[in-house]
Ligand binder design. Sequence first.
Ligand code: GLA
Length: 395
Amino acid sequence: MTNGLREMFDDFHHYFPGNSDEIRVYFAPGRVNLIGEHTDYNGGYVLPTALSLGTYMLVRLRQDGKYQLRSLNFKDHPVNFDEEQLVFKKEDDWGNYPKGIIKELMKESASLKGADILYYGTIPNAAGLSSSASIGMVTAFGLASLVGHPTDRQALAFLCQRMENHFIGVNTGILDQFAVGLCEKDYALFLNCDTLEKEKVALKLGNYKLVITNTNKRRGLADSKYNERLQECREALKVLQEVNPAWKTLSDISIEAFERHQSRLASIPKARARHVITENARVLDAVKALKVSDLKTFGELMKQSHRSLRDDYEVTGQELDALFDTQRQMAGCIGTRMTGAGFGGCTISIVDANTLDVFKETVSRKYNQQTGLEATFYICETGNGVREITEEVVS
Ligand code: GLA
């Protein structure tokens, strides 16, 4: 067993004394989206990969209807409730994610009767790397496994999305939950969010590394702005459906058709739709490029994606744009863009391994001069989707 996990077992015993044989360990990764942003809730394409960073969950079932949740990341903030109290409470903060999952599992008649749970997350919080889908999926998969409820990862991804939409109140698409549930190490997941067709595409990066740069800006307005963008896309779709009612989502509309009919739209919905429609085309081109290891083209498409998210979708903001502008000019950086919902969070870049030190040093310095904030860097190791961690694997 790794030292980290052994310590987690000790902590679990400290908080929840009792039988150690009944404790089980689960893990769900975070994710980074390589390209295809704000397309998922518009029926479009995405291309995420799962990280080696993620959320560990140690759990032991109870039979008295009580849930006791602890997180090593929020040691002073335990969350306790019983099965009669599955309601969102602002003061429960991080605990609302697992609580919402328990509620969704109960709705499906999972035979849950309480649990003691200890979490430990290695994903930086509020960085747009899906710490919420990670805690959601690890809880859903772990509890479902323990009580013999179906553990189909796709079904659990939808369950987890319902938690976000109905319990937390953010109308997210399915990008994060699918990535956290279904990605595989060394592959990106090319997903059509309308048909759910998926394909794994090998990440053959040669001497290049995927580098995540965190703006360390709190994503304050993220949730309300996110729902606002969704509305603007719906508005654009409604107008364009007057041309062709067969268009079910913005992603059904080709660039040519959009250009022909865009004059019907007011300027904001027009710009939002243009982002979605051109972003889908970029994902298709990016997948083609990745398959033939044409990283240069892939990188160019990443930069175009950022510009579209900045100018048409308006979800970047000063901090992400500052990183983008420095990073795109660095020798050895062949592609860079914001990733995730935006409004803060992280960028993802493709950087020549030999230039990493200069990249980090220069980006840190310039970013600090421009914003007063400290950037942090993660060299992205890809990982597998949600799973149980057994003794054999960790010993
Ligand atoms: C957040 C949401 C996803 C997706 C991205 C933007 O991560 O949870 O569903 O919409 O933003 O691509």
